[in-house]
Design a protein. Structure first.
Length: 253
């Protein structure tokens, strides 16, 4: 956008004219009047060079050296050091972590209620899996709890109706209470965690008034989705009555 803005300033400021509306970008020179070729080329250079340099600058600041391939990843360096020294301790530790990441796991229900397939959630964003796959839960209680040990990755303080979690294995979860409940602006919801908090299985995340949600004209069905599976294969338990922090509703491996 910055590059295009500078290019536009050059073109308009120099009064560049064309015979007709042509194609965009470099081929657009075919429709430019010859006396304006130089200004048009300068504008195109700005539109190409400025984004390139800014992308390079931002990327170098945001990406770690490991991500840019400038140094070995920490895990690889540790493993190589262990092999070189012959101790084997670091290598064993790294192997243990790798095995742990590959272990199958379970996610418990974040609230009590009837579990349905995510494809039956009455909202296309959820039913079509746009935000991830998972299950829907028609609540019988009024509390959302942590479905596993995790870190709170996102909250919405203004509406308090949803929370994002990240597991140690890289999986990311989304719990969204009700359909279109963001329009309630937090009325009937209480958020118990903040972004960055560490939570254990069963810790309270959100309390809500299901009747108030329904009275406002919204389904209270809660979406419990795996927004980032981190390479895991998912299995869902549906058609059952779940109890919060007790009933397994998602399995992964």
């Amino acid at each position: 956008m910055i590059g295009s803005c500078v290019a536009a300033i050059i073109s308009v400021g120099c009064g560049v004219e064309a015979y007709s509306i042509g194609v965009g970008g470099l081929p657009g020179i075919l429709s430019i009047k010859p006396q304006f070729y130089l200004f048009f080329i300068l504008a195109m250079v700005a539109a190409i060079v400025i984004p390139f340099l800014l992308t390079l600058l931002v990327g170098s600041r945001k990406l770690k050296k490991e991500d840019r391939g400038l140094v070995e990843a920490e895990g690889e360096a540790m493993a190589d050091a262990a092999l070189t020294e012959g101790t084997g301790e670091t290598a064993n530790a790294s192997a243990s972590v790798a095995v742990a990441d590959d272990q199958p796991g379970e996610l418990k229900a974040p609230l009590s209620g009837k579990v349905i397939p995510y494809t039956d959630i009455p909202d296309q964003v959820f039913s079509e899996g746009i935000l991830g796959e998972g299950v829907g839960i028609d609540p019988t209680g009024n509390q959302v709890v942590a479905p596993a040990d995790a870190t709170v990755s996102s909250v919405i303080p203004d509406s308090c109706h949803a929370v994002g979690l990240q597991l140690d294995n890289g999986m990311e979860l989304l719990i969204h209470v009700g359909i279109d409940t963001v329009s309630m602006h937090g009325d009937g919801f209480t958020l118990h965690v903040n972004e960055g908090d560490k939570v254990k299985l069963g810790d309270p995340l959100i309390t809500f008034d299901a009747e108030k949600i329904r009275n406002a004209g919204h389904p209270a069905i809660t979406a419990f989705l795996v927004s980032e599976p981190a390479g895991k294969t998912l299995e869902f338990e549906t058609g059952i009555d779940a109890r919060e922090a007790d009933t397994v509703v998602i399995r992964y491996q």
